[in-house]
Unconditional design. Structure first.
Length: 356
């Protein structure tokens, strides 16, 4: 199972990406073969085109520069060492080692470092008997990189907003469910395992938030240098604003859940103020789904006929004994959730500090 996970991705790349990579490789081979009639087959050009075609135009340009810099540096390194030391086997091994050390010293990317080493190896082993081998390989790589970028541009650079929307919807639904689970726990009797499970479930918001952040970052990357970027900038900004709002609400949910677990009291569910907090949390879950245009469960239909969520004043009669510690903590986090969601459905811009 672990070996399979090491070589298989969780999801397939888009078929368009596969087609673009294959087309760029074929075109690069044909063009290089037509333009460079002497020497070995245009392997460098084909590899450059294959590596340059990335999911986003920004990544394609980065790979193109990385590949080209690696080839040029490798050619110069190998040529210099070949002139001074010859082309013996030990010189080849020394050149490869020097390339890796050089890339480390200059803090180059791993791709550039490996490319310098590979180029140096090929120049010293295959180019020793071929005139102009080094120069031809540089030209060939440049042609392949340019073809890869052109093919990527011509075949509609993808905009990765759909995965970002999906990840944000998952985070929003889990946030609403966490609010509902806490609302139910406040008015129910919970055993210690049940309370710990509640906290465990609330902590699921954190990895979902990270996944949504990565998806939105990928969407932003797909818009960099993309000719269609202007059309989607507004939506991307709205997605990031929603992510910020859900992040802050999730922080308060985890804080309320932590306080509930730490200060659990069998009789706290009988406090009128706690009953009000529970109802407000149900309404917060309802408003969270509305804000993200998610499906609202039928059990929440009754809230449609009530006043806007999180607007009704709560009964502030003093809790009995030390229950005020828990109730006070819940009230503060509830106030922050009110601020984020807003009575009219608009999220606030405040910052929060509670955590689990």
């Amino acid at each position: 199972m672990r070996l399979t996970a090491a070589v298989r991705a969780s999801a397939r790349d888009p078929l368009l990406q596969v087609a673009k990579t294959a087309l760029a490789t074929i075109v690069a081979w044909i063009v290089c073969d037509l333009l460079i009639t002497d020497g070995p087959p245009p392997v460098f050009g084909a590899i450059a085109a294959m590596l340059v075609v990335q999911p986003s135009l920004n990544q394609s340009l980065t790979k193109g520069v990385e590949r080209s810099v690696g080839v040029v540096a490798g050619v110069f390194l190998a040529t210099g060492m070949g002139v001074v030391l010859g082309t013996s086997s030990w010189v080849v091994l020394l050149a490869v080692s020097a390339a890796l050390v050089l890339s480390w010293a200059l803090r180059l990317t791993s791709g550039s470092g490996i490319q310098i080493a590979i180029t140096a190896l090929l120049v010293l082993t295959l180019g020793a008997s071929t005139p102009d081998y080094a120069t031809i390989r540089i030209v060939e790589t440049m042609i392949g990189a340019v073809i890869g970028i052109v093919v990527h541009l011509l075949l509609v650079p993808p905009v990765a907003l759909a995965p970002a929307r999906t990840a944000l919807d998952l985070l929003g639904e889990e946030t609403a469910e966490a609010l509902e689970r806490l609302a139910d726990a406040l008015v129910s009797r919970k055993t210690r395992p049940g309370r710990l499970l509640l906290l465990h479930d609330a902590r699921r918001l954190h990895p979902l938030r990270d996944e949504a952040t990565e998806a939105i970052d990928a969407a932003e990357d797909s818009l960099l240098l993309n000719p269609r970027a202007a059309r989607y900038r507004g939506e991307l900004g709205a997605l990031r604003d929603t992510l910020d709002m859900l992040t802050r609400v999730g922080t308060q949910v985890r804080g309320m859940t932590r306080a509930y677990v730490d200060h659990y009291d069998e009789g706290v569910r009988e406090e009128p103020l706690v009953l009000g907090i529970s109802e407000e949390l149900q309404r917060a879950a309802h408003d969270t789904r509305l804000k993200l245009r998610l499906a609202v469960p039928r059990t929440s239909d009754a809230l449609e006929d009530t006043a806007p969520a999180l607007t009704e004043p709560l009964d502030t009669s003093a809790p009995q004994g030390m229950r005020w510690v828990l109730v006070g903590s819940l009230m503060e986090d509830l106030r922050r959730i009110r601020h984020e969601l807003g009575a009219d459905g608009r999220g606030g811009q405040g910052h929060s500090s509670s955590s689990d």
